[in-house]
Design a protein around this ligand. Structure first.
Ligand code: NAP
Length: 327
């Protein structure tokens, strides 16, 4: 019998938000190399809905969640680099962040500098490192380039657009509503396009003067070909999400006939797989935040036990900026 327990959101089957259950689960002592974290802020991410629905399958039952911040409470044998009482944060797999306490490898933790609160860390470990690798690794955005970004008023979008603007790029943000357009403009977008614009491609090609250098498309199935149509010759589509469902199979000839395009379908976890990459990414990210070049827009908060409501709002496009779940 484990001698300790914690509260967590666990799923026993894949499905809608109704499968998210608030439960007491065992909390074993930290294994060698691990620490126990008392989590004070958990991040909400679209990937959590893919884990919940089974689009990205997990072994069940499973606690989901991929991003959190808190305080180190206990060290397992050989865990180094952090001490009890340190403020820390992480993102990564396997999921399990929707919990009051969690055991996690010490060498996958980041210590939080002064000025990076738990709420900020739980907003940027996954979403901000995504903005970092999308702009700095997947496709290296250059000053003067124009890019198209979907969900520009969202958690990842508000970070990426500010960072891109700070690099000297011109961001055209795609948004669902006029209210979101205002928020996107406050966070680095030079122009916005409504997702439902019947002349979407024409509008983007006009604003960009003949097509954008790169499209960051997190919507997936519904926007894939429209995104290719917005690119200039030799442009790059970075397809990095499935908010509308996964992209269907297609012929590579579609890239040739639109101007010898490039396509990549990246995942954050390949860009922070090594300790060196994790430190490079968080170093640049915390520096951007510290200099005020990237501000964190926390749009809403929910008690962790009410995360089903948060999933409903996220999937119904009702959230803006980042969402904090309070354990
Ligand atoms: N590959 C990676 O490494 C990686 C890492 C992080 C995030 N992502 C992806 O980035 C995207 C954004 O994630 P996030 O957590 O920051 O969420 P978010 O952007 O805060 O929320 C999702 C937004 O997507 C837009 N959207 C467009 N079509 C949608 C649809 N059919 N259903 C729901 N939303 C739709 C909505 O904005 P509008 O109403 O304004 O259109 C919605 O608010 C997700 O697709 C996620 O999977 C990928």
């Amino acid at each position: 019998m484990p001698d300790a327990f914690t509260q967590a959101i666990r799923i026993h089957r894949f499905g809608g938000p109704e499968v998210l259950q608030w439960e007491e689960i065992p909390l074993p002592p930290p294994a060698p190399g691990e620490v126990t974290i008392r989590q004070t802020a958990v991040g909400l991410n679209f990937i959590d809905t893919y884990h919940r629905s089974g689009l990205y399958p997990l072994t069940l039952p499973a606690v989901i969640g991929t991003e959190a911040a808190g305080v180190v409470e206990a060290l397992g044998a050989g865990a180094s680099g952090v001490a009890v009482g340190d403020r820390v944060a992480y993102t990564g797999l396997p999921p399990g962040a929707y919990a009051a306490h969690r055991n996690w490898p010490a060498d996958r933790l980041v210590k939080l500098p002064d000025g990076i609160t738990a709420d900020i860390a739980a907003s940027v470990m996954l979403k901000g490192l995504t903005a970092w690798y999308l702009l700095r690794r997947s496709y290296r955005v250059q000053a003067g380039e124009t890019l198209l970004l979907y969900a520009a008023a969202g958690g990842t979008g508000t970070l990426l657009s500010q960072w891109a603007a700070a690099l000297g790029a011109r961001v055209i943000g795609v948004v669902g509503t006029a209210a979101k357009a205002a928020l996107a403009r406050e966070h680095g977008c030079a122009a916005t396009v409504l997702a439902g614009d019947p002349d979407f491609v024409k509008t983007v090609r006009e604003i960009s003067g003949g097509g954008v250098a790169v499209v960051y498309d997190s919507v997936g199935r519904d926007t894939f070909f429209q995104s290719l149509d917005c690119l200039r010759r030799h442009g790059t589509l970075v397809s990095f999400g499935n908010a509308s469902g996964p992209v269907e199979p297609f012929s590579p000839m579609e890239l040739a006939k639109r101007g010898s395009l490039h396509l990549t379908r990246p995942s954050i976890f390949d860009f922070i797989a090594t300790r060196a990459d994790l430190e490079a990414g968080t170093g640049e990210l915390f520096d951007m935040i510290g200099r005020g070049a990237v501000r964190i827009a926390i749009g809403q908060r929910y008690p962790l036990r009410d995360v089903a409501r948060a999933h409903q709002d996220l999937e119904a496009r009702r959230t803006t900026g980042a969402t904090i779940l309070e354990p």
